[in-house]
Design a binder for this molecule. Structure first.
Ligand SMILES: [Mg+2]
Length: 333
């Protein structure tokens, strides 16, 4: 399998996970089970879906859209992201979503940061309390653009892509974990090694943002990987839903994605279907898990029927994005 297959796998896995979780996002686990059973295929957003009402099956959400936006800025900036340009791009993305009648708008940390920016605050402090999963959900392109052999450059790029909205130890650690796992996966590291890299990167990333109270991301990923090993799929789902948590907090949903990658890493379809059925921030958990497992298994390792639908419904053309990011990777390694 080539580096390009794995890089394409990362973005494709992100999109498939996002689309699988689209109809279940923000619902409870009990309600998802009652309505759908296990969500192992692409479903329409129901009329009363709180964030994605009436969205056709296979539709992606903010996770993939913001990741592609970040990818475009990275490519245009030759590997650097200007925080103010990124903030402006996020704002115009939201305006476009409003025009399209979408209820899928900026998350809480990003909204607050952009308001502060308008009020004249420095981009160094606008993200001072962003502890949700927004930086982690969109960061996969950084892991494609930067190889694992230059962890400092990778971390600097994660910080640049995160700080305007999520300039906290928790926000940056969680984004660092995802970027590092994708970067190592694209390099062909093998899943255990890629998840070890995620732990290391999270520990380094935690030191790069404002301190906000919360369980340490690296420690929580290390703990959950050990805990879920050997669990059945049902035990794993209970463990993640009941103990790790599936809220938008980075310390819950991002750790949940790594728990699924550890426990069901050999079977991306099962991992993403489980994520979509857990309740809470299902689309983001599945998107992050999809990026990590897609980087490891490559595009051929993803459920091909689901991927074909997601590509068609959203008119995705991921190959040029992947090529642009891999051009950067060759410059930086
Ligand atoms: Mg979403």
């Amino acid at each position: 399998m080539s580096v390009r297959d794995r890089a394409l796998g990362a973005l494709s896995g992100l999109a498939v996970g996002d689309a699988l979780g689209m109809p279940t996002q923000s619902l409870s686990r009990v309600e998802i089970a009652a309505r759908y059973g296990v969500v192992d295929t692409l479903l329409d957003g129901a009329d009363d879906q709180p964030i994605a009402p009436k969205m056709p099956a296979g539709s992606i959400t903010d996770d993939t859209e913001q990741a592609l936006l970040l990818a475009r800025l990275l490519i245009e900036g030759r590997g650097t992201v200007d925080p103010l340009a990124f903030a402006a791009a996020l704002e115009s993305w939201e305006q476009d979503m409003i025009r399209r009648g979408s209820l899928d708008l900026l998350g809480p940390s990003t909204r607050r940061a952009l308001t502060r920016l308008h009020e004249g605050e420095s981009a160094d402090t606008t993200g001072r309390d962003g502890t949700t999963n927004g930086a982690a959900m969109r960061v996969a392109p950084v892991g494609i653009a930067f190889g694992p052999d230059g962890p400092d450059a990778l971390l600097d790029a994660v910080v640049a892509a995160s700080r305007v909205t999520h300039h906290t130890g928790l926000g940056i650690a969680s984004a660092s974990a995802v970027a590092a796992a994708v970067s190592a996966g694209v390099a062909g590291a093998g899943l255990p090694a890629a998840l070890d890299d995620a732990e290391r990167a999270a520990a380094a990333g935690a030191a790069r943002g404002h301190w906000v109270a919360g369980g340490d991301i690296a420690a929580r990923i290390r703990w959950v990987r050990g805990w879920v090993r050997g669990m059945t799929r049902g035990q794993l789902a209970d463990a993640v839903a009941d103990v790790v948590g599936t809220s938008v907090a980075a310390g819950e949903s991002v750790v949940a994605a790594f728990a699924l990658a550890e426990g069901l890493g050999d079977d991306p379809h099962a991992a993403l279907a489980t994520a979509a059925s857990l309740g809470g921030d299902t689309d983001t958990i599945a998107a992050i898990c999809g990026a990590v497992l897609g980087a490891h298994h490559g595009v051929e390792g993803l459920p091909q029927d689901l991927l074909a639908t997601v590509v068609r419904v959203n008119r995705l053309d991921l190959a040029p994005v992947v090529d642009g990011l891999l051009d950067l990777r060759s410059l930086h390694s």
